[in-house]
Write a protein that binds this ligand. Sequence first.
Ligand SMILES: C[S@@+](CC[C@H](N)C(=O)[O-])C[C@H]1O[C@@H](n2cnc3c(N)ncnc32)[C@H](O)[C@@H]1O
Length: 398
Amino acid sequence: MPLPAWLEQRLLQAGGSVPFRTYMEWVLHDPEHGAYGAGRLSIGPRGDFATAPSLGPDFAALLAPQIARWLQELPSGPLSLVEAGPGEGSLAAQLAEALMAGWPQLAERLELVLVEPNAGMAVRQRQRLQGCPLPVRWSGFAEMAAAPLRGVVLAHEVLDALSVERIERSGTHWCRQQVTLQQGTLRLEPGEPLEPEDGARLEPLGLLPLDQRRPEGWCSELHPGLAPWMAGCGAALAQGRLLVIDYALEAWRYYAPQRSNGTLMAYRAQQASSDPLLQPGEWDLTAHLCLESVLEAAAAAGWQVLGQTRQGEALLALGLAQRLHGLQQQPAGGATEGDRSVGPQGLAELLARREALLRLVDPAALGDFRWLAFSRGEAASALASGADLFLQEPGKGT
Ligand SMILES: C[S@@+](CC[C@H](N)C(=O)[O-])C[C@H]1O[C@@H](n2cnc3c(N)ncnc32)[C@H](O)[C@@H]1O
């Protein structure tokens, strides 16, 4: 594929190469050419890639009691449910409906706030949220910090879209990987060595001292965008909780010597590739989170850790097994396709919902996602109240 002219021009203006992090920022978030910036990516089973809320309303229905419980812990007055990186707006829309149906009095005090830097995505969110039963507005953390809110912030599959720094072993150093233009094509190559003070970041991750287990060319990712994101989000919230849901690995797994090419992946049209230079601006690029790096960034921004678990366990604690059982009971009398005795939902839809629920807990798929909950500005009594339903034993959480 020819290199897009806009990218060639940018690289030439930058002297022929840029750090990988800059490249990732451009190809994802450039307002005109970026995959998210231009609103080119679409999320869902028929889009570029699927996420949990794009599989149907059950994910939001299971999450809603947790959100409601956290909101109920907060003092009287207006409340906000903030979603960062809302994609198609499905989770926000489904949660608004579930909260309105199940907790109408709470919902009367509640607004939805969507944080979406990419105008192209915000257009589709506006369409999706037409007719939303809650008041909705779009804002940014910096704007919200002028009058910090009380409520809950959700970050579902958004931190994995923050641009990562790629590091590569070159000789006796760790270098920042760069994207270089060479005779009209893109290449990845080691750039400037990391500064000595970066050693403080690498040592706890097990990346220093350098040894034979990570040979020349071994590469992985660091997440410099996490600390500013956690600080910005923290400044926007006076009191409440943050729930991060994303794919994440412990540092020892993330930076294991055998993982010699990091976790960075490209997605488009339900296809996956490990080549981040493929058709720039057309593919999603995403990297796992490192759990320790998330926790460190959160602590530095004043967040208190409430707990973490895998998605499969969290959803079982929130009643997934009961929901699945309920769906299995629905087609009464041995219904077959086209049999109207299944009620308003067709058999195909019921089967799709069952399959989606199983995907959400499958440890080889979405069930391995991590849920990490944080708190700020809350009294010790609220923290000790047992409001973290998703951490409870299955069956006792709802
Ligand atoms: C992978 S999609 C997730 C969508 C949605 N949460 C879901 O699960 O279906 C990532 C979303 O985050 C947005 N995004 C990217 N960087 C962001 C940032 N720094 N702050 C907020 N949103 C961001 C993207 O434009 C996109 O809407």
